[in-house]
Design a protein around this ligand. Structure first.
Ligand code: KG4
Ligand code: ZN
Length: 338
């Protein structure tokens, strides 16, 4: 058996991350989250690339130190090629190329969306790896997809959002309610204290397995404007109920499409990934669906749901086993498809 050390580098959005994995096991998983965007209520691309530039060397250095290995022990460098913000991707891509070139080792390009799914194949005690084929629902601030996964690198997108991502629905609703950014965690926390049926928001009508979330944001905006005209304290007096109702609507939308996807494909193994899979409501309803619908569900460890480099490193490892390497003139791609 071989002893393979892979360094993974992630810089697609606003987190600079590096991770070393040894065979399939994580030795280090370092992440520098950029706080600067909070005051702007969303990620500012220009500021994100600058922060990546500042953080990348210290983050990689820490990942190597925590893994207790030297640079020259690495077998390959894996990096996020896309999708993401171009200025952010360029920092990780250029750094990964230079390091691979300097160390004279292979370079491996990784698709960020595949990585969110293949994070389920990190060796982690207490977590089962999905059996093929399975359905993966990736839900985050940047993406919302249902993917049919036939094998590691045979993936088909069978549904995706036609406008906003589900995390954006959370964050934009939060903005309307005057909550901080990102609003997902607070809406989730308050939702658990409120009545999910207090207010009803109509669900979007989108054909097939695709999603739409921009209409929901508008519906919430009009609802809040209408109610605060009558009672200026409407939000503060009813915040938990409002959050619970928003969360109930969003989870309803996600579950409807998942149910439809299991019917269409006959596949009842469901894995989730992306920042929104930290949501308590979605975790609970998925657990319940095991009994209710006979599904097998896979919910990753929290640190592998949000953007991280361990998921990039595990894809690097799987590609390394296939000797599937990138050329040094590979370009970052903001709209890279699965
Ligand atoms: O995967 P991620 O860290 O970054 C990308 O967007 O790629 O996801 C961040 C998103 C944000 O929109 C945030 O509001 C949402 O995930 N989020 C949540 C929760 N935790 C994070 N949404 C709902 N419930 C949560 N508990
Ligand atoms: Zn992501």
């Amino acid at each position: 058996s071989q002893n393979i050390y892979i360094l993974g580098i992630e810089s697609s959005c606003d987190d600079t991350a590096a991770s070393v994995i040894y065979n399939g096991r994580i030795l280090s998983n370092v992440i520098a989250t950029q706080k600067i965007h909070e005051e702007y209520g969303g990620v500012v691309p220009e500021l994100a690339s600058r922060a990546h530039q500042q953080n990348i060397v210290p983050v990689v250095d820490q990942a190597l130190k925590k893994a207790n290995i030297k640079k020259d022990q690495l077998n390959a460098i894996a990096f996020t090629r896309g999708p993401g913000l171009m200025g952010s991707l360029l920092v990780g891509t250029s750094f990964a190329k230079s390091l691979a070139f300097g160390l004279n080792i292979p370079l491996i390009d990784v698709n960020h969306m595949q990585a969110h799914i293949l994070a389920h194949f990190i060796d982690e005690e207490g977590f089962d790896k999905p059996q093929f084929p399975f359905l993966a629902m990736t839900i985050s601030g940047g993406h919302t997809q249902i993917v049919k996964v036939a094998s590691y690198f045979d993936m088909t997108v069978i549904g995706e959002t036609i406008d906003d991502a589900v995390g954006e629905a959370y964050d934009k609703s939060g903005k309307i309610l005057g909550l901080g950014y990102p609003a997902g965690p607070e809406i989730d926390r308050r939702a658990q204290l409120g009545n999910p049926k207090a207010y009803k928001f109509t669900r979007p009508k989108v054909a097939g397995l695709n999603f739409s979330f921009s209409g929901l944001k508008t519906a919430i905006l009009y609802f809040i404007q209408r109610e605060t005209k009558v009672n200026p304290n409407f939000i503060t007096e009813n915040l938990n109920d409002i959050c619970a109702s928003i969360q109930y609507t969003i989870i309803g939308i996600l579950m409807d499409k998942l149910k439809m996807a299991t019917k269409e494909t006959g596949i009842k193994r469901i894995a989730i990934g992306g920042g929104v899979s930290a949501n308590s409501g979605i975790r609970q309803i998925l657990k319940e669906s095991e009994q209710k619908f006979g599904w097998t569900t896979y919910i990753p460890k929290f640190e592998f749901t949000t953007d991280n480099a361990a998921m990039i490193a595990i894809v690097g490892y799987l590609k390394y086993l296939n000797q599937d390497f990138a050329q040094h003139d590979t370009l970052a791609s903001a709209r890279l498809k699965i």
